[in-house]
Design a protein around this ligand. Structure first.
Ligand code: 13P
Ligand code: SF4
Length: 330
């Protein structure tokens, strides 16, 4: 039974006996319940290490679409769980802490976005995956940072396009494709925070370092970058590059997998603007802990629910993205 204080807190707030070996128990529970644990690269290292699959937003959606598990535990943020639930309405989709929101998704209210779409008839609506299901429901095709360029380019050049909600990703795609998509004015509070000055200081310290940046970063940071791409693309580039040093301008959780795959290379997190911290973490992503993951699997709560009518509309642009991505070999 779901307890009142769990409901209030948005996660299972149940003390765990010290004698419990969390990793062993998580492993036992996932097998017993036929559950799959999917984690985003921005989760803590210990969550990434225990997950069945670790990936970017596109990979998480692709794994959700093909798993035969009965339960999907999405170690990421709410919109990722919602996307998995929309793809697999028959499955139980658990997110260890319901407070794991996303400032970018929050920057796009569904009703306001719908009104914006109505104000611009005749436009194709392309939405970044970092949106609520209600925004996806008024979208023609969803994209992630891995496939945004190719999906935009799959439309004839003169197609009028609305792109939301990330203005930085939208501006970046406009600059590399020559399109003039109409942009929603949203942003991610983590990626907006990177400091150009601190990145330049690091570059002076490590003159041979390659600067890797996520396209959610503001334009001035993207301009400094040698490589711009999704978390998976940045990781791939780091693995294949002959360089030794990398300054990484995205949430610092990605450094865990980079370092794991390239132990001999040096990954330096790009620092945020107004903080003494050396790296930039997403407070929403970091709500995930092994304790919450264990309790979620044990009590099968909190689970994502999506209004059936919204889900029916939201699944179309998500499926369209998955189909185009499969055709493109992404
Ligand atoms: P990707 O991992 O798809 O690049 O997305 C980054 C992100 O901000 C997820 O919230
Ligand atoms: Fe959302 Fe930004 Fe956190 Fe990604 S890093 S989940 S876009 S708030």
């Amino acid at each position: 039974m779901v307890k009142q204080n769990w409901l209030k807190k948005g996660f299972v707030d149940e003390p765990i006996d010290e004698s419990v070996d969390l990793k062993k128990e998580i492993d036992r529970l996932r097998k017993e319940k036929n559950a799959v644990i999917l984690a985003h690269y921005y989760q803590s290292g210990e969550i990434q290490d225990i997950a069945d699959y670790v990936g970017d937003s596109l990979a998480l959606a692709q794994w959700a679409a093909k798993t035969d598990a009965d339960i999907i535990v999405l170690c990421g943020v709410h919109f990722m769980g919602e996307t998995a639930k929309v793809i697999c309405p028959e499955k139980k989709v658990l997110v260890p802490d319901m407070n794991a929101g996303c400032s970018l998704a929050d920057s796009c209210d569904a009703k306001e976005f719908e009104a914006f779409v109505k104000q611009h008839p005749g436009h194709t609506v392309i939405s970044y995956v970092n949106t609520t299901a209600a925004v996806k429901a008024v979208t023609d095709v969803v994209v992630t940072s891995t496939n945004a360029r190719q999906i935009v380019e799959s439309f004839p050049e003169d197609t009028p396009i609305i792109f939301g909600p990330d203005r930085n990703l939208g501006n970046y795609i406009n600059s590399i494709t020559g399109r003039e998509m109409l942009l929603w004015n949203g942003a991610c509070h983590v990626h907006e925070q990177f400091s150009v000055q601190k990145i330049l200081e690091l570059k002076r310290q490590y003159p041979d370092a390659l600067i890797l940046a996520h396209p959610e970063c503001k334009g001035a940071v993207v301009k400094l970058a040698d490589v711009v791409g999704s978390t998976a693309a940045l990781l791939k580039h780091a693995v294949n590059s002959n360089c030794k040093d990398f300054i990484v301008a995205t949430e610092s959780g990605i450094l865990h997998e980079m370092q794991k795959q390239c132990p001999e290379k040096n990954f330096i997190p790009a620092p945020p603007e107004d903080s003494t911290c050396a790296c930039n973490e997403c407070n929403f992503m970091r709500l995930g802990t092994l304790e919450k993951l264990y309790n979620t699997l044990k009590y099968e709560w909190p689970s994502i629910e999506v209004d059936a009518e919204v889900a029916e509309k939201a699944v179309r642009p998500i499926r369209r993205m998955l189909e185009i991505s499969a055709k493109l070999g992404l």
